[in-house]
Design a protein around this ligand. Structure first.
Ligand SMILES: C=CC1=C(C)c2cc3[nH]c(cc4nc(cc5[nH]c(cc1n2)c(C)c5CCC(=O)O)C(CCC(=O)O)=C4C)c(C)c3C=C
Ligand SMILES: [Fe+2]
Ligand SMILES: [Fe+2]
Length: 353
């Protein structure tokens, strides 16, 4: 309800003074937030994106005095070109954007359609790094009248380097506001039956469409440095629990589903076993047919398409494997949207309906 029209005289308040700031209809915002992505694959956009990403203290926890000389002296000089070439292999040329952005937008649009029965709900999407920014989309939600906002970090497993930094960024922006919306954040849903069931249905569907039966199925999660885990990040436990529940739901014999960690960055030890080493070892053991999925990624992206479906697949075949299949992320599939809708509705309880 816009309190300027009609004037509130019937309730004894009287018309608001003409210099009163606007007061808008009460709506509830849902902001899906994914990691981020460069705006292009050239040197400048790649460098801008990597600079923002790798300057985040939640991502690189090293003391700045040790990290910045490496970041500015080496990483930001060499990585933009190398990563740009990798993004070129997976770029959505039709829309001139990365797959991560395409899928995140589609998830936002499909969630909006699924929530259309709730007139007060407004759905939007943003990126932690790059565009559209969290700040811009929070402002846009407030401009449409949202006085309550649900921040939905698109990560089933909690990690400080992903979930927490999304929430940090949202609250950092809200610090500058006189009239702050009420805020909720979506917790990890690594063990939610709706999520486990969606993964299982997706696996069954994709394995059923293959012309071979994989001897091993690898659940490959993005890694984090072991030091983060030792400091108390629950990410590793969340990943292990997702895999255990998935294996139970699928009813598979022990050992068919393997849990591994990918995408190492820098010299530290990361969570193990490593995906690339595991796949090479399987090939060396005489395993010929493998499928891999990425349960921790809500959308396909560089790390799933170029790293797993590209490099890791190639390495498996190179080391003696014969067939390798990548099972797509849940993306904006029916199964994927069932999860996003269920988490949204659960967290909106009391605000909506
Ligand atoms: C110390 C560095 C990193 C940590 C910790 C980290 C955690 C982490 N990341 C994701 C999800 C994604 N990461 C992606 C890319 C990516 N990640 C790192 C480093 C760390 N990630 C780098 C340097 C890069 C960029 C790779 C490159 O450009 O060369 C992406 C892909 C984005 C895309 O546009 O496709 C995702 C998604 C998770 C889930 C996670 C911790 C749990
Ligand atoms: Fe990452
Ligand atoms: Fe990678």
């Amino acid at each position: 309800m816009n309190m300027h029209s009609p004037p509130q005289s019937g309730r004894g308040i009287g018309p608001l003074p003409t210099n009163h700031p606007p007061v808008r209809a009460r709506k509830v915002g849902v902001l899906l937030v994914n990691l981020g992505t460069p705006d292009g694959t050239g040197y400048a956009p790649m460098r801008r994106y990597l600079k923002e990403f790798l300057s985040d203290r939640r991502v690189i926890e090293w003391p700045r005095a040790a990290w910045y000389p490496i970041l500015y002296g080496i990483v930001l000089n060499t990585r933009p070109k190398k990563s740009g070439r990798a993004y070129d292999l997976i770029w959505n040329t039709e829309r001139d954007e990365s797959p991560l952005r395409t899928f995140t937008r589609a998830q936002g649009e499909k969630l909006a359609a699924r929530m259309s029965g709730e007139a007060e709900v407004v759905v939007d999407w943003a990126m932690r790094y790059g565009t559209p920014s969290i700040a811009e989309r929070i402002d846009a939600l407030q401009d449409t009248g949202c006085d309550r906002i649900l921040i939905y970090p698109l990560y089933p497993q909690y990690s400080a380097s992903t979930t927490a930094t999304v929430n940090d960024k949202a609250f950092e922006h809200l610090m500058g506001k006189r009239w702050m919306p009420a805020v909720r954040t979506v917790p990890a849903y690594h063990d939610d039956p709706v999520y486990i069931d969606a993964l299982a249905r997706s696996i069954e569907k994709h394995l059923g469409s293959l012309d071979f039966e994989p001897e091993r199925v690898i659940a490959s999660y993005h890694g984090i440095p072991q030091s983060y885990f030792r400091k108390g990040d629950p990410y590793h436990c969340h990943c292990q629990k997702t895999s255990r529940l998935l294996e139970e739901r699928l009813g598979w014999p022990k050992g068919r589903l393997m849990t591994t960690f990918q995408s190492r960055f820098g010299p530290e030890e990361w969570l193990q076993p490593y995906t690339d080493k595991t796949v090479e070892a399987l090939a060396a053991q005489g395993i010929k047919r493998v499928a891999a999925l990425n349960p921790g990624f809500v959308s396909d992206c560089l790390e799933t398409l170029e790293e797993i479906a590209g490099q890791v697949a190639e390495s498996f075949l190179h080391h003696g494997g014969e067939r390798f299949a990548h099972i797509p992320c849940l993306n904006d599939s029916e199964e994927g949207m069932d999860v996003i809708e269920a988490m949204t509705r659960r967290e909106l309880r009391g605000w909506v309906g």
